[in-house]
Design a protein around this ligand. Structure first.
Ligand code: ADP
Ligand code: MG
Length: 378
């Protein structure tokens, strides 16, 4: 049996990664030139995949690159360890050099080097370090890429993914400290990526905040539908089944052309194709229903955790097609009460990661949850 060519929930590269030609061009040019960038989009649009592809390019050109995902970092100590380890890894190739490097470059950390069962080294810093000391050490560690870049005459690119999470670590103090360090780094370019648009915007565009004007903002859009369509055709052609344009149109419509959703739906459609022969629109509907059925335990739990007003609101927006959401009609028709209560529901639903609010629209993060509501709750 042919291997399913649709991947979701992980970074995609190579032939599983499509398009983004202009974005790659712009990002590599800016970062190569030492400019900082804030890359923003809702979750699942493909930021991390784009970043990893860009870093591959830059790495091949001979730049040092280091990537850190702040979702995985739960304390200052973890940040310190992950940063030191990551920077060391990106500059040393041999395991033996790793410990020497760490001891040379981070003398104050008194680090313990640990070699995992897979032979990969990592470091642990003294558990008794106080908050103040941790911050001082972090400052020192943040300066290392600049020092290395100068020494070795090779620029560094550092990526903070899910950057807004820094606010959970130590709020203002760490923000200020990072800026104080980074603004003096002329041989390091920073890419800050994040999915909580409002948090990042206020970090970058309010004059009293530490990251004010530290870099340009780039909003990552969806992939052009025509490009996505070509990609889907190419991937499907690896199997025995050909799909008509109409069906692919429908796939993009249901998945709202969000890259993750598209790949998720096509992954399941591929498995279904192997049983069916001629793929019709009904097959897509069937696959969507299967997905909904599979997820229904999760969706029920999610629904249980919502207030009545939040449920009403979700029902209303899952019904609406291009209707202005805050119009009087919309509010009255759907019995949504005051605009104050709507705002409150929106804020809480955003917090729960159920919806995302763009400048123009409100959308479900999980389009299948929307389909579930339409099917079961309307
Ligand atoms: N350029 C792309 N080509 C094809 N699929 C993509 C692309 N970018 C993202 N995807 C799909 O979207 C999923 C989520 O991508 P990811 O990079 O993790 O997004 P984000 O970091 O914005 O949440 C991937 O697992 C993949 O299925
Ligand atoms: Mg990501």
């Amino acid at each position: 049996m042919k291997r399913n060519p649709f991947f979701f929930g992980e970074v995609v590269t190579g032939e599983n990664f499509t398009d983004r030609v202009n974005e790659i061009k712009r990002l590599t040019a800016e970062l190569r030139g030492g400019h900082n960038i804030f890359l923003i989009s809702p979750r699942r649009y493909g930021k991390t995949s784009l970043i990893i592809n860009v870093l591959e390019h830059l790495n091949k050109e001979g730049l040092f690159t280091f990537y850190i995902d702040l979702y995985k970092v739960a304390s200052l100590r973890e940040l310190l360890e992950a940063y030191a380890k990551g920077v060391a890894r990106s500059c040393t190739t041999r395991v033996e050099r790793f410990s020497e490097f760490i001891k040379d470059v981070f003398p104050r950390l008194r680090p313990k080097i640990i070699i995992g069962s897979d032979g990969v080294p990592s470091i642990e810093v003294d558990i008794h370090l106080k908050d103040r000391e941790l911050l001082d050490s972090l400052e020192e560690v943040f300066d290392v890429p600049e020092k290395i870049a100068k020494n070795r005459k090779r620029n560094f690119v550092v990526v903070f993914d899910e950057f807004q999470e820094i606010l959970n670590l130590d709020g203002e103090r760490i923000e200020k400290m990072m800026r104080a360090c980074f603004q003096h780094h002329h041989n390091v370019a920073y890419l800050f990526a994040g999915s909580k648009r409002h948090l990042i915007y206020s970090m970058v565009s309010e004059p009293n905040r530490a990251f004010y004007k530290l870099g340009d903002i780039m909003n990552l859009q969806k992939i052009e539908p025509a490009e996505m369509m070509m990609f889907l055709k190419k991937q499907f052609s690896k199997g025995p089944i050909e799909l008509t344009e109409n069906i692919l149109d429908y796939v993009l419509e249901i998945s709202e052309n969000v890259p993750y959703n598209v790949q998720y739906l096509c992954h399941h459609l591929w498995n279904w194709c192997l049983e069916a022969k001629n793929i019709e629109k009904e097959d897509v509907m069937k696959v969507v229903n299967n997905i909904i059925a599979e997820q229904s335990v999760n969706y029920i739990a999610l629904w249980d955790g919502l207030s009545l007003h939040q449920r009403l609101f979700l029902k209303a927006i899952s019904k609406f097609q291009n209707k202005p959401i805050f119009s009087k009609n919309f509010i009255v028709e759907n019995d949504l009460g005051t605009s104050g209560s709507i705002q409150k529901s929106i804020t809480l639903l955003k917090k729960k990661n159920i919806i995302d609010v763009d400048v123009k629209e409100i959308r479900f993060n999980d389009v299948f949850f929307k389909e579930w509501i339409k099917k079961k709750m309307l």
